[in-house]
Design a protein around this ligand. Structure first.
Ligand code: G3P
Ligand code: CA
Length: 238
């Protein structure tokens, strides 16, 4: 089984995270897919930024939810890069035949309707169902999404010890577990999840020695800031 190479926030190890530049560079590094984070502006435009606030990654300040998109697009997110919308990302990924891992950032701010807004864009672009997975640390949101459209794949993000992760994945009607790799992933947990018929995509793996171990454990996807390093490893593994 092949492990897929998912660039975390684009090629964020070398370029400003969650920007079109980082997505383009991830593509050039021959990733299979890209992971990105979605938050909602005041006027309900889904935009790609990890934090709820602008402070760390732009020259702006304050919460995304307090600004209209027209104000946010004026900001610099590094190297003169602008804040991308989810729609721009979907169009880019579709044009380049990329797998997408869209993370809904609705654990801290429970953006109402983020699930429907995201689904509508996937429908608009007729995105192939096998080329996208939506994930969140908010598992209620993932159950809600599955109830709206059972054909869309969902992944449960977590970074602590879930009891019987395979059973939990089934309980939430999800398709995959997305564990933090170093704290909650070992052979027993991988086997439990895989034997129950679910996928595992793990984050955020940046060192080759860990990448190799996880490939050997049989994870389905590795989410990394360095898709170039993972690509080299996977090519040598063939
Ligand atoms: O989706 C994997 C990973 O990105 C989840 O954590 O905090 O980097 O969004 P975080
Ligand atoms: Ca993320």
């Amino acid at each position: 089984m092949l492990t897929i190479n998912i660039a975390h926030r684009g090629f964020s190890g070398q370029y400003p995270e969650n920007t079109m530049l980082a997505f383009q560079k991830a593509l050039e590094a021959k990733c299979d897919g890209i992971e990105t984070d979605v938050q909602l502006t005041k006027d309900n435009i889904p935009v790609l930024i990890h934090d709820e606030t602008l402070n760390r990654t732009s020259n702006g300040f304050g919460f995304i939810k307090d600004y209209n998109y027209s104000e946010l697009i004026k900001l610099d997110f590094g190297n003169g890069e602008k804040l991308p919308t989810l729609e721009e990302f979907i169009a880019f990924s579709k044009g380049n035949n990329l797998f997408m891992n869209i993370e809904l950032k609705n654990s801290i701010i429970p953006y109402s309707n983020l699930e429907n807004i995201t689904l509508e864009l996937l429908y608009k672009y007729n995105y192939p169902k096998d080329k996208v997975i939506i994930s969140s640390f908010n598992h209620y949101s993932m159950v809600k999404l599955k109830n709206i459209d059972s054909n869309i794949k969902t992944g449960l993000l977590y970074d602590s010890w879930i009891y019987k992760p395979g059973d939990y994945c089934k309980l939430c009607n999800a398709d995959a577990m997305h564990p933090q790799f170093c704290s909650v992933l070992d052979k027993k947990f991988v086997d439990d999840i895989k034997q129950k018929g679910f996928e595992i995509n793990t984050y955020t793996v940046n060192y080759p020695e860990y990448m190799s171990k996880l490939i050997d454990l049989g994870v389905d996807g590795i989410i990394t800031n360095y898709p170039d390093v993972l690509r080299d490893l996977l090519s040598n593994n063939l």
